[in-house]
Design a protein around this ligand. Structure first.
Ligand code: AQP
Length: 327
């Protein structure tokens, strides 16, 4: 199956990005024809610093290799290296309803209360649809917050196919069973987020071990004592259980059972330790990979070449079916 997913080069990546997305990338590359993209074009839709974008893009590419993406098992590239993505977004805007974009909750949330809201923030889901559709994608591994955007990509594929003739495969989102929405440790009713979260409640993949331990130690739970998985009733504790389940490779009921007679303090200490152990080898690999920027850029050039080759026929079909005179 063809797999495609993108991840923004904004901010430092957190454990929500790892559990919701990167972990699935690593799994899906094994049995599928997988394409992963650092969606740098998406990063200019909110206020940003050019130097920061530049550095974060390379940081993220190094991190993706460090968490386990292998150049011989998948294709990793930068979105801006394949100009067809921007072209596809423009072409797809012809079949995108203004009202439909206005209903995107992420647009509403990120635009709320801002003095300046860029047109890019509004049209961003069309670019995302283009990213996915250009690769005749079967499955898109993402976290829960991307459900609405995946639905839009499916709608646009169907609308384009019925208006201009069969061109795109209609993709489907795949969401992890555990950890599709990791919550902020300080505000466990809100998702952990790069731009909208609390610094103390956001655990970064590259946080030093002591910082990770401290963030978990100070996680907000509730006034009860029972370690039980019940996201609506006990969001803080349930979030910690989910994270521990993923980090230790133990199913949720077993995690719950192991805390019989033990309290939240033990849980916080254990989950902090499990996450430190999970991230330690990735942090080590990251430092090596990031230090060799020439090799990193070389790998990304090879990835972009493959991505260009793979997406070009679909882009050409789009132009042709829409009536453009080809050169
Ligand atoms: N809290 C989360 N739990 C599970 N999955 C998550 N993802 C994001 N947050 C969580 C998934 O990570 C992938 C990359 O998301 P992105 O490209 O949107 O990266 P980001 O901007 O760094 O992610 P954030 O934190 O979601 O940023 P904000 O909130 O600022 O937009 C996606 O597959 C996403 O589902």
């Amino acid at each position: 199956m063809r797999v495609f997913s993108g991840i923004q080069a904004t901010g430092a990546k957190h454990i929500g990005n790892y559990i919701g997305a990167m972990r699935q990338y690593v799994e899906t590359q094994e049995e599928n024809d997988a394409f992963f993209c650092v969606v740098d074009l998406h990063s200019i839709t909110s206020d940003y610093d050019p130097q920061d974008l530049h550095d974060r893009t390379l940081d993220l590419a190094a991190l993706l290799y460090a968490v386990g993406l292998a150049p011989d098992k998948c294709t990793l590239f930068l979105q801006s290296h394949v100009t067809g993505h921007a072209e596809a977004a423009w072409l797809l805007s012809a079949v995108t309803g203004f009202g439909q974009l206005g209903r995107m909750t992420q647009f509403k949330e990120k635009g709320e209360g801002k003095d300046f809201v860029s047109a890019g923030l509004f049209t961003y889901p069309v670019l995302m649809a283009g990213d996915i559709l250009l690769y005749q994608t079967d499955i898109v591994p993402v976290g829960d917050d991307q459900r609405q955007h995946i639905e839009l990509a499916r709608d646009l594929a169907e609308r384009f196919n019925s208006r201009f003739g069969q061109t795109f495969k209609v993709p489907r989102g795949v969401f992890p069973e555990v950890g599709a929405r990791i919550m902020d440790l300080q505000e466990p009713t809100k998702k952990m987020s790069t731009t909208g979260g609390t610094p103390q409640g956001t655990v970064l993949v590259l946080d030093p071990p002591d910082v990770i331990r401290k963030k978990f130690k100070t996680a907000v739970t509730d006034s009860g004592r029972e370690v039980r998985y019940a996201p609506d009733e006990k969001p803080g504790v349930s979030n910690l259980i989910e994270i521990l389940s993923v980090a230790s490779g133990t199913a949720i009921p077993e995690v719950e059972a192991s805390y019989d007679g033990r309290g939240y303090g033990d849980l916080k200490g254990d989950v902090g330790e499990a996450v430190v152990q999970l991230f330690a080898p990735m942090q080590e690999r990251y430092a090596e990979l990031r230090a060799d920027e020439a090799e990193l850029r070389r790998l990304l050039r090879v990835g972009a070449e493959k991505a260009r080759e793979t997406s070009a026929p679909t882009l050409a079909d789009m132009y042709e079916r829409m009536g453009f005179v080809r050169p």
